[in-house]
Design a protein around this ligand. Structure first.
Ligand SMILES: [Zn+2]
Ligand SMILES: [Zn+2]
Length: 82
């Protein structure tokens, strides 16, 4: 009997395709692999944002990242009450 769940490794890095079964692994991976890049990751839902598009710095992305963290990320309402 095979249990082939696609959700076995539900936490993925949308930058490089890294996958993990553990949320923390995906966050740690991002911080190690993509720190000091133009990529930002929401530590709750793992959504990623690129500060550069078309080789241009896009300030709107930074503010939408902050907006996401503060307002629109409701994925883990059970975790993030702070
Ligand atoms: Zn990655
Ligand atoms: Zn989020």
């Amino acid at each position: 009997m095979f249990q082939h769940y696609r959700s076995e490794m539900p936490y993925s890095c949308s930058v490089c395709g890294f996958r993990s079964s553990f949320h923390k692994d995906a966050v740690d991976h991002f911080q190690e692999a993509h720190d000091r890049t133009d990529k930002l990751q929401c530590p709750r839902c793992l959504k990623t944002f690129s500060l550069f598009s078309n080789n241009q710095y896009n300030a709107n992305v930074a503010s939408s990242y902050v907006m996401h963290l503060q307002v629109s990320c409701r994925t883990s309402s059970s975790i993030g009450k702070a």
